[in-house]
Write a protein that binds this ligand. Structure first.
Ligand SMILES: [Zn+2]
Length: 295
C-alpha cells in the first residue's frame, strides 16, 4: 500500500449503528467499524477530552486532563489522579444506560462531583485550552501537518455548539440553528476541497466537523431529520473520495456515537484503504498514521 499523505475528517458523534442501519456506503468506505474510546469505566465520552486524546494518542490522564473543566493546581492533580480510579472502581462496566443509574447511586462519586461543582461556581474552574494538553500531538512542529478546528487544540468549539440548549428548548430558534449547522458543514467542506487543491503542501491534514453532534442533540426524537444530515455527510465523502489520488488515505473518525441525545460509548472509523483493523482503539491511530507517513 502506497500512502503519501493522509486526510482525516473528524466527524463529531457519528453513530456506528446508524451508519449500519442506513447503509451509508460512502461513510463506510473500504473498511469501517467501531472504535474503543479513551474513557475510564463508567464515563460518558466528552468531546473536549476525546479529540485531544486522539491527536495525542494517549488516555486523558497522560494527555493532560480528565475532566471537561480544568481546576486550580492541587484540585486538578486530585482529579487526574483519583477520579479515573474512583470511577472505574465504582462503575466496573462501561455500558450505558445501566451505568448512569450506577453513577447516580454512587454516593462517593457524587461527593467528588459536588466538590468540582463548587469550584465551577466559584469560577475557579475554567475550560481547557491548548496549554492544558501536556502530551505531544501528531501535528506538532511540522509545517506539513495541518489541523483545523480541532476542539481545544485549535479553538474552543464552533459558536453554534453553544446554542444547542437554546435550540432544544425553543422551537422557534431551530430554523436559525439549522442554517448555522449547514453553514458549518459547507464552510468546512470547502476548506477540505481548498486544501486538497494544495496537496503538495501537506502530508497530514485534518478538519473537524461538529454539525452531526448538534443535529442529534436537538432532533434526538426525529430520525428523519438526523438521516438528512448523515446523508449530506455521506454525499460529501463520495465527492471527496472521487477527487483523491490513489496515494491519499482518507480516514474518518468520530469521538463517540449518539442515541436519543445521549453520547454512546463507542466511536466510528472508516478508511479508503484496507488496514485490517479490528475494533481499534481511537488512541492507536496516531501510531498507525505516523508509521504510514514514515514509509
Ligand atoms: Zn463529541
Amino acid at each position: 500500500m502506497n500512502v503519501k499523505r493522509i486526510l482525516i475528517l473528524g466527524l463529531d458523534a457519528v453513530e456506528y449503528d446508524l451508519v449500519e442501519e442506513w447503509d451509508l456506503k460512502n461513510l463506510k468506505q473500504k473498511e469501517y467499524g467501531k472504535t474503543t474510546l479513551p474513557i475510564y469505566a463508567g464515563e460518558e465520552p466528552n468531546t473536549r477530552i476525546i479529540w485531544p486524546c486522539f491527536i495525542c494518542g494517549c488516555m486523558p490522564k497522560d494527555m493532560g486532563y480528565v475532566t471537561s473543566k480544568v481546576f486550580p493546581k492541587p484540585i486538578q492533580y486530585f482529579a487526574n489522579t483519583f477520579s479515573p480510579i474512583i470511577k472505574s472502581t465504582f462503575n466496573p462496566q462501561s455500558d450505558m444506560p445501566e451505568d448512569i443509574t450506577v453513577r447516580q447511586e454512587n454516593v462517593k462519586l457524587k461527593a467528588i462531583m459536588k466538590f468540582y461543582e463548587i469550584f465551577k461556581k466559584l469560577n475557579m474552574a475554567r475550560n481547557p485550552k491548548r496549554e492544558d494538553i501536556k502530551a505531544s500531538t501528531m501535528f506538532d512542529d511540522d509545517p506539513r501537518r495541518i489541523s483545523l478546528h480541532i476542539p481545544v487544540y485549535n479553538e474552543w468549539l464552533p459558536d453554534i455548539a453553544f446554542k444547542t440548549i437554546e435550540a432544544i428548548e425553543d422551537k422557534t430558534y431551530r430554523s436559525i440553528f439549522n442554517i448555522n449547522l449547514l453553514n458549518e458543514f459547507k464552510n468546512k467542506s470547502n476548506e477540505v476541497f481548498n486544501w486538497l487543491d494544495k496537496k503538495d503542501k501537506w502530508d497530514l491534514f485534518m478538519n473537524y466537523f461538529w454539525f452531526l453532534d448538534g443535529v442529534q442533540h436537538v432532533y434526538f426524537n426525529n430520525p428523519k431529520k438526523i438521516a438528512k444530515y448523515y446523508i449530506m455527510a455521506d454525499e460529501f465523502i463520495k465527492k471527496l473520495n472521487d477527487r483523491l489520488d490513489d496515494d491519499t488515505m482518507l480516514l474518518i473518525v468520530s469521538d463517540h456515537g449518539q442515541k436519543k441525545g445521549i453520547h454512546t460509548t463507542h466511536g466510528f472509523y472508516s478508511v479508503n484503504k484496507k488496514l485490517g483493523l479490528k475494533n481499534p482503539k481511537l488512541i492507536d491511530f496516531r501510531k498507525t498514521i505516523e508509521e504510514l507517513l514514515q514509509k
